[in-house]
Design a binder for this molecule. Structure first.
Ligand code: NAD
Ligand code: UDP
Length: 311
């Protein structure tokens, strides 16, 4: 019998790539999505496959289906989207996780949480290692996302300790690639769209902030390996590409790669914007045998090609 797997948030950017991977691996995939930031277009390569099904559902409400595995990715991930209805964002991480954990408990399914590097907040330890407990402002505009994800990790560990659930927590660092929304405000999509349309490249602050960008196929591979890992490996485990660069360097690289004549402009830095971010991925290497394969330049080329095709 085929293994049945649920992907919440499966119509989103990472979720749709994950659904494609799981269908390729011959899983019976049920995508659960309320289409807040996801689209049915993202599922166009899957929709006529007999082993794929999509259901419109908001995970803040209970769900009664049968399954063997649950990947819990539902949650808006870009600051403009998660801050547009912050109460719903927290509900998605907290009520949504309780509903999905309850489903895992009833069906005896293993369950994976798409957590985030945002649990480290504005980190005082660099690079970030899983044992670092973070520096998050609990009352700022990013808190609905950061604290929601932190509470989701708490719930996962309590269900594990209290109900012996097999849980997996992946802390995903900035991921990019085709199917990012052109208007979701994330830095890679913003800069590429600005460069391709000849608009000014908007750097928030002086551009010295750093991030480390992982191409989506690498992130998806790590999530898949994490789900398949031994029962007693729960994580949390960092999933990201450790090659760190400043936002100014990213802007210059995208201008070069697109051959754009756009000029750089500086805007106000958002509140609580983390100043540095880079994952320590030793644990992922050791436990999952995973390291990212796609470099930033190669990933940007694929992503630029995608945006050229949709703009
Ligand atoms: P995305 O916004 O493209 O995908 C999220 C999906 O969840 C969308 O399809 C959206 O419609 C759906 N969704 C939101 N609220 C829902 C709800 N209440 N019920 C059902 N569906 C709901 O974002 P993404 O970049 O693909 O991120 C996927 C997951 O990975 C998120 O949980 C995010 O927090 C996590 N993550 C992403 C990144 C990144 O850089 N992309 C980094 C860290 C963590
Ligand atoms: N950023 C920027 N210009 C933009 C969008 C983002 O300078 O048009 C900066 C942002 O302030 C942050 C970094 O790029 O320092 C990454 O932002 P993003 O929203 O992509 O991800 P996150 O802050 O969640 O890591």
């Amino acid at each position: 019998m085929l293994k049945r797997v649920i992907v919440t948030g499966g119509a989103g950017f990472i979720g749709s790539h994950l659904c494609e991977k799981l269908v390729r691996e011959n899983f019976e995939v049920l995508c659960i999505d309320n289409y807040f930031t996801g689209t049915r277009k993202n599922l166009s390569a899957l929709i006529d496959k007999p082993i794929f099904e999509a259901m419109r559902h908001d995970i803040t409400f209970p769900l009664y289906v049968e399954t063997d595995q649950i990947y819990n990715l539902a949650c808006p991930a870009s600051p403009i989207h998660y801050q547009s209805d912050p109460v719903q964002t927290t509900k998605t991480s907290v009520h949504g996780s309780i509903n999905m954990l309850g489903l895992a408990k009833r069906t005896n399914a293993r369950i994976l949480q798409a957590s985030t590097s945002e649990v480290y907040g504005d980190p005082q330890v660099h690079p970030q290692i899983e044992t670092y407990q973070g520096n998050v402002n609990p009352i700022g505009p990013r808190a609905c996302y950061d604290e929601g994800k932190r509470c989701a990790e708490t719930l996962f560990f309590d269900y594990h300790r209290q109900h012996n659930l097999v849980i997996k927590i992946g802390r995903i660092f900035n991921t990019f690639g085709p199917r990012m929304l052109p208007n979701d405000g994330r830095v890679v999509s913003n800069f590429i769209v600005q460069a391709l349309t000849g608009s000014p490249i908007s750097i928030y602050g002086d551009g010295s902030h750093t991030r480390s960008f992982c191409y989506v196929s690498d992130t998806v591979e790590a999530l898949f390996l994490l789900m398949s890992s031994q029962n007693n490996f729960t994580g949390p485990v960092n999933i990201g590409n450790p090659s760190e660069l400043s936002i100014l360097e990213l802007a210059e690289l995208i201008i070069k790669k697109t051959g754009s004549s756009s000029k750089i402009t500086h805007k106000k830095i958002p509140i609580d914007d983390p100043t540095r971010r880079k994952p320590n991925i030793s644990l992922a290497k050791e436990k999952l045998g995973w390291i990212p394969k796609v470099g930033l330049e190669e990933g940007l080329e694929k992503t630029i090609k995608y945006f050229k095709s949709i703009l």
